[in-house]
Write a protein that binds this ligand. Structure first.
Ligand code: HEM
Length: 461
């Protein structure tokens, strides 16, 4: 079995860590001694805070938080520069490492360049059409089982309910584990890991979220290590079995440690993002019932033509897809993405030194009036083919772009379409909560979730 490789020779040995002195020439924040306070204020309302930073300083600005100094680059051109990364200036590994390394080391997003390319290609087999068709069937059964348990006619908080459902769906479609006590234990460990990765305390001290997260990782790693030999050489319809049997360009299987790292990361990358996006779709649908009706008309047509939703018919859910895209524009599950510059570069006449922590922001790009007229208005018709024509390729980036573009985006589209097909065919969803102000209704960072849990009622039609 191959030994794990730690391929970071592309990091210059003398990569500096630019601070105030090196970034003083840029527009932006002044130094403060109260970095933690500044970070807390920011996190209370990231959207409002970033809006004022862009208003005050423009689309390239210096910022400081408890992690130190960095530079934000806002807009489609910035996204293209950083995500497409033509000149190999930006490291995703060094950008994400401070956030994710303790719990999700060596996940795909924490690899760079050639090593990343090789691993990404190997993992891609799990997202080809044939395995996707298997996940489709598992998701369909799981969604039907989950929805049957939700009470109709009385108000419940949607966010925790969909979070529990997507976890259960992951146990089957990602791991091939049936619902039950084992899936529950796995789900809990996994929730602890995700919780810890966004916690403030970064050391596994007793009683902290980080301690629970580290214990969760140990449990998951032991689970994967036990299971891998059983899955090797065996045809399985879940993502884990696919990854266990995936071969790289040299026809080698991934090592046990590589599989553990990839699986932990994949589950993390999929879970809160999908939960968040399904929630925001519903958030807009309860405010715009006419779009529920349009989706239902689309479902009715598919039912009439195919007898139900088939894998091939997913492509016909164009209305649902437009609604999904508009929800992702307004509430992006990954509001900003970090990178670290390996070389100095110039952007919009600003010299950014090597070593700088750089951030790009789907959340802000998606609100730029020059690309999205009347940006706060929910309007799925922005995504008709005619209205999409001529738009900057990097103006809509909820799934990122370039080499690190989300590997699971088709899985996400599929799951979201399947969920709303099942939910809306014979029901409408209403909410009595006073909704309508995204800044007030959502906690945006690290991954958006509705502050009140999104109380809704499902009414049978
Ligand atoms: C609506 C749901 C989702 C959203 C909005 C989303 C968003 C993203 C974004 C923005 C990135 C790139 C981050 C960066 O470049 O720094 C990413 C990467 C990734 N996502 Fe997703 N994701 C979603 C669902 C999923 C699902 C369901 C899976 C797996 C089944 C998945 C697996 C991955 C993986 C493996 C990467 C790393 C790709 C790489 O580095 O090459 N994601 N995702």
């Amino acid at each position: 079995m191959n030994a794990p490789t730690l391929n970071r020779e592309w990091i210059p040995a003398d990569l500096p860590n630019p601070g105030w002195d090196e970034l003083a020439h840029l527009p932006g924040m002044q130094p403060t001694r109260f970095k933690m306070w500044r970070t807390i204020k920011f996190l209370q309302n990231p959207l409002g805070a970033m809006r004022s930073l862009v208003d005050d300083y423009g689309s390239v600005y210096r910022r400081q938080d408890f992690g130190g100094w960095g530079v934000s680059l806002i807009g489609p051109d910035a996204n293209e520069l950083v995500m497409f990364n033509k000149d190999r200036i930006f490291s995703s590994d060094l950008g994400w490492t401070p956030v994710l390394e303790l719990l999700f080391p060596r996940g795909l997003m924490l690899l760079d360049f050639e090593e990343h390319r090789v691993h990404r290609k190997t993992l891609s087999v799990a997202f080809k059409t044939e395995p996707m068709q298997h996940y489709f069937s598992q998701l369909e059964a799981g969604i039907a089982r989950g929805l049957a348990k939700w009470q109709k006619g009385s108000t419940f908080r949607f966010y925790p309910a969909i979070k529990a459902l997507t976890l259960d769906l992951a146990a089957t479609s990602f791991l091939g584990v049936p619902w039950g006590p084992e899936a529950d234990r796995i789900n809990q460990s996994f929730v602890d890991m995700v919780q810890a990765s966004v916690g403030v305390v970064r050391k596994p001290l007793p009683f902290t979220a980080m301690k629970k997260g580290v214990d969760g990782r140990a449990f998951m790693s032991a689970y994967f290590a036990r299971e891998i030999p059983k899955r090797r050489g065996v045809q399985g319809d879940d993502i884990f079995s696919q990854v266990c049997n995936a071969r790289n360009e040299d026809d080698e299987l991934l090592t046990t440690q590589e599989i553990i790292d990839h699986m932990n990361f994949l589950m993390m990358a999929a879970h809160d993002t999908t939960t968040s996006s399904i929630t925001s779709v519903l958030y807009f649908l309860v405010q715009h019932p006419e779009w529920q009706d349009r989706i239902r008309a689309e479902i009715t047509a598919i039912r009439a033509a195919h007898g139900g939703l088939t894998y091939a018919a997913l492509a016909e859910m164009t209305v649902t897809e437009m609604v999904f895209k508009e929800a992702l524009r307004l509430v992006s599950p990954v509001p900003s993405m970090p990178r670290r510059a390996l070389k100095s570069f110039v952007f919009q006449n600003h010299l950014i030194p090597a070593g700088t922590q750089v951030g790009v922001s789907p959340m802000m790009t998606h609100r730029m009036a020059e690309h999205w007229p009347d940006p706060e208005r929910f309007d799925p018709t922005r995504f008709t083919p005619e209205n999409s024509r001529g738009r900057h390729k990097y103006a809509w980036v909820p799934f990122g772009g370039g080499a690190h573009m989300c590997l699971g985006l088709h899985f996400a589209y599929m799951q979201v379409k399947q969920f709303f097909f099942a939910l809306l065919e014979h029901n409408r969803v209403v909410s009595d909560a006073p909704l309508g102000d995204i800044e007030r209704d959502f906690q945006m960072f690290p991954i958006p979730k509705p502050k009140g849990g999104l109380p809704v009622r499902i009414e049978a039609l």
